[in-house]
Design a protein around this ligand. Structure first.
Ligand SMILES: [Zn+2]
Length: 302
């Protein structure tokens, strides 16, 4: 029987000092909420294994990975990532990476699969930044291509911040199409070139946002014809987000997810969702917006 498989285990809990906890809390609250309300039960969750080092080295620079895992990055490099490094943090990161890689194969079985973390799109070939150390969707995409499990992969990045690391990693890879819709005036100030970038004005509302998404997603679907889709479904596009600057409502954010999920169904392209950012003042709003993506997955796919 087909089932929504969701990557999560205890390692996802944040091994971080208190002053870094807030944005990470959702990774505990989200599975609790989804289980409590009955959207997911224990049979939906799977516990991912850490990603293979061999795969990391196909995407990331060997020197960078070596310094990262041995906690030997420079202080400046660590500061750019946004949080203090520890053995536990690296263990968490490689487990989340393994989650997205395994999700890809669950998605091939079931149509869709989701990771309760990931979307670490600011991780470049040779550096991390913005709370991202390694790039989960890039690792999973390269794994699929290597195993000939997919040939034309679309990465739909709708986090409010540009998927700059993902764009850089796939700069010269024609098998992967990178599509990023993001705040024009938001981090990163120096943007990379995705295959398609749609910069958004501050304060953009549901209607204008969704119209842009529908138009461009439709065009990409026709021209690129993906056979696999990764979706970075960051909830930092919300009007309540402390960093986002956009004006999208929770209902608009849900509609956004619906558009992407329905497109994957229509194309019969397996879809993997990674969570991405979300920094609304009220954590309940963040959890609600992310929970909507899982509720939609259950409604539309199963
Ligand atoms: Zn973000």
């Amino acid at each position: 029987m087909k089932k929504l498989k969701v990557a999560w285990n205890d390692v996802y809990r944040h091994p971080l000092p208190d002053n870094h906890r807030f944005p990470m809390l959702k990774y505990e609250l989200l599975p609790e909420q989804l289980t409590y309300e009955g959207t997911l039960d224990n049979s939906n969750f799977f516990s991912p294994s850490p990603v293979a080092e061999e795969l990391i080295l196909k995407v990331h620079d060997a020197q960078y990975w070596n310094n990262l895992k041995t906690l030997n990055l420079s202080r400046k490099e660590i500061r750019t990532t946004g949080f203090p490094h520890s053995k536990e943090l690296i263990e968490r990161e490689i487990t989340i990476m393994g989650g997205t890689v395994e999700c890809a194969y669950h998605a091939k079985e079931n149509g869709i699969s989701m990771n309760i973390a990931g979307g670490t799109h600011h991780a470049f070939t040779d550096r991390g930044e913005g709370f991202c150390l390694l790039n989960d969707q890039a690792l999973a995409a390269v794994d699929l291509l290597d195993r000939k499990a997919a040939n034309r992969i679309l990465i739909v990045d709708l986090d409010v911040h540009q998927g700059n690391g993902t764009a850089e990693i796939f700069q010269s890879n024609d098998a992967v199409f990178t599509f990023s819709m993001h705040g024009a005036n938001n981090y990163p100030l120096r943007k990379e070139s995705s295959d398609l970038d749609i910069p958004l004005a501050d304060g953009i509302k549901d209607e204008a946002y969704l119209e842009l998404l529908v138009t461009h997603l439709e065009r990409i679907a026709q021209e690129f014809q993906p056979d696999f889709i990764f979706y970075q479904c960051g909830a930092d596009i919300l009007e309540t987000d402390k960093l986002g600057r956009l004006g999208v409502s929770v209902a608009g954010c849900k509609k956004r997810d619906e558009i992407v999920l329905k497109k994957a169904l229509e194309l019969e392209a397996p879809l993997v969702c990674s969570m991405g950012g979300g920094y609304s003042e009220d954590i309940k709003v963040i959890v609600e917006a992310h929970a909507n993506t899982f509720r939609l997955a259950q409604d539309l796919f199963f």
